[in-house]
Design a protein around this ligand. Structure first.
Ligand code: PEP
Ligand code: MG
Length: 553
């Protein structure tokens, strides 16, 4: 374990600096809630009553958590995304499901877990037999509901990430995209993760939420306990568990210094970032929903450089229609009205699989059907997004970005569909369309690729993963996943050079790194998109640099 000191109870942990900032809070150890297998057991008379009471408590618990989830998801992602929880809640409030469980328990006299599994299996079966796709999707909702009940019976509170008490330091083995949908900046003050590299999903989310995060701390879950007091320094990559008075004082002093620095840079965040030699650099924000857009505006972002739409699609339990997606965009972008916003088409596949698509598993998912490859195979999914974007473009300065482009043909196929749909909808002024440069093949084909698009957006996270041949979520190869390696900087320089007058933005995590900014400016890039909370810092860094410094790549 990376422990550098151990007093009576105090433990100092060293890890990777994943998301900057300092925080103090109480630990909440989040364990992967895989279904524990209780085994079937027979009940006596008294036990049947106890078991009925357990079921009632679990139902109450799940109902309450669904009410809370509905409210919070609605506030964050809009009404449509919350509908799934509302439907589940309604299902639990209808007496027929509850009665069915109680009757089966009485008749079978076996433990509640097995009765619930049985009743819900029958329910799913009934829906699936109806042959209707919408009703079949309800089968997934029912499975999810039964999972919530079983977890509650096991004493595990569902969606705990959404319901954490204020001032929580979240301690996790690993966070999956579906977990992170529920992470909230109002309750979580910091995150410590056993397995997390600088470009993994957890890292991205923590940075975007402005939550300090330290990753790569081995045996973390065996070291920290729920309720421990924890100090986190996400900029240094350290955490102190159960600090003594001296450690608390050091923390308070550091916090004070940071607060003063923040106040200074916040005062100037609305101004444009201009280098010492007078070059204006654009600093935009990466967002996922309305809260991020609000934060981006408060932090002086020059626009929305990358709108990641995956959380919206992952939070939904059915294939969202173009109206639902358009409503989500309109709601989310409202605080940035008048600014330009680049909305990325859904980048799923690999480790992000909305359950309603029932995607077959692949042996090499990160080298398989991801991003645009998948969209071209699911035209309904692609066209619903394009129609929504065209609709929203009538009110907002919206742009489209195509994810995971490898070939010119990837882009041409999307552009053709986009033009056809605009034609069908009678829209003559097309939104600008751009391609993500995230594969070495795309970076090496800019001279032809640029002719098909209005702008280019370099995704350094995936570009690093594919250039360095090191998985961004794989803790075993963190040393190879170096997004500031000269190989990556040279590719960025090449893209800028070959792009001619086509605008290029850098939107991967690399763009938020103050220590690499001089080298990035040396590549010629003049537009960045960073997590909203980092906008003031990045502008401050740029103002202290010159593009004439000739920093070596
Ligand atoms: C990237 O790959 O750098 C990027 C911006 O996309 P994402 O991190 O969402 O894959
Ligand atoms: Mg990417």
């Amino acid at each position: 374990m990376n422990t550098i000191s151990q007093g009576e109870k105090m433990i100092t942990l060293l890890g990777l600096a994943v998301s900057p900032g300092m925080a103090k809070g109480k630990a909440y150890v989040y364990r992967d809630v895989l279904q524990p297998d209780t085994g079937t057991y027979k009940l006596g008379d008294a036990q049947v009553r106890e078991e009925q009471a357990r079921v009632e408590r679990a139902i109450d618990d799940v109902r309450q958590s669904l009410t809370v989830d509905t409210r919070r998801i609605e506030a964050r992602l809009g009404k449509d995304a919350a509908d799934i929880f509302r439907a589940q809640e309604a299902m639990l409030c209808t007496s027929s499901v509850v009665e069915e469980i109680k009757t089966a328990l009485e008749a079978r006299r076996i433990n509640a877990e097995d009765v619930i599994k049985m009743v819900f299996r029958h329910l799913v079966h009934r829906f699936e037999e109806m042959g209707d796709e919408v009703l079949q999707q309800r089968g997934d909702d029912i499975r999810d509901l039964s999972r919530r009940l079983l977890l509650s019976l096991a004493g595990i509170h569902t969606n705990t990430l959404e319901n954490l008490p204020p001032n929580t330091v979240l301690i996790a083995h690993r966070l999956l995209p579906s977990d992170t949908v529920f992470l909230s900046r109002t309750s979580t003050v910091a995150v410590l993760i056993e397995f997390a590299g600088p470009a993994g999903h957890a890292a991205l989310l923590a940075r975007e939420l402005g939550i300090p995060c330290v990753g790569g701390i081995p045996e973390l879950l065996g070291t920290v306990h729920t309720g421990d007091v924890v100090l986190v320094d996400g900029s240094q990559g350290t955490a102190v568990i159960n600090p003594d008075l001296q450690a608390l004082q050091t923390y308070e002093d550091g916090l004070d210094r940071r607060r003063k620095h923040k106040e200074t840079i916040q005062d100037r965040c609305i101004e444009r970032a201009v280098t010492l030699d007078g070059i204006e650099v654009s600093v935009m924000a990466n967002v996922r929903g309305r809260e991020d857009v609000e934060l981006a505006m408060a932090c002086g972002a020059d626009g929305i450089g990358l709108f990641r739409t995956e959380p919206f699609f992952l939070a939904s339990k059915h294939f969202p229609s173009d109206e639902e997606f358009a409503d989500f965009l309109l709601y989310s972008l409202q605080p940035a009205k008048g600014r330009h916003a680049a909305v990325r088409l859904l980048d799923i596949g690999a480790d992000k699989n909305p359950i309603y698509l029932h995607l077959p598993s692949e042996s090499d998912p990160f080298l398989g059907r991801r991003g645009v490859r998948l969209l071209l195979e699911y035209p309904d999914l692609l066209e619903a997004q394009l129609r929504a974007i065209l609709k929203v473009s009538q009110q907002f300065r919206i742009e489209v970005v195509i994810p995971m482009v490898t070939t010119e043909s990837d882009v041409v196929q999307v552009v053709q569909r986009f033009c056809r749909l605009a034609d069908e909808m009678g829209i003559s002024e097309m939104p600008r369309i751009g391609a993500m440069v995230e594969t070495p093949a795309a970076a090496l084909s800019i001279s032809s690729l640029r002719k098909q698009v209005d702008f280019l957006s370099i995704g350094s996270n995936d570009l690093t993963q594919y250039t360095m041949a090191a998985g961004r979520e794989n803790p075993m190869v963190t040393e190879y996943f170096r997004d500031d390696d000269p190989a990556i900087l040279r590719l960025i320089e090449l893209v800028v050079r070959e792009s001619s007058d086509t605008p290029v933005c850098l939107c991967g995590e690399l763009s938020g790194r103050a220590d690499v900014m001089a080298r990035l400016l040396a590549t010629g890039i003049k537009s960045f998109s960073v997590p909203a909370s980092l906008v003031p810092d990045v502008k401050d860094t740029i103002r202290k640099l010159s593009t004439l410094s000739n920093a070596s790549l």
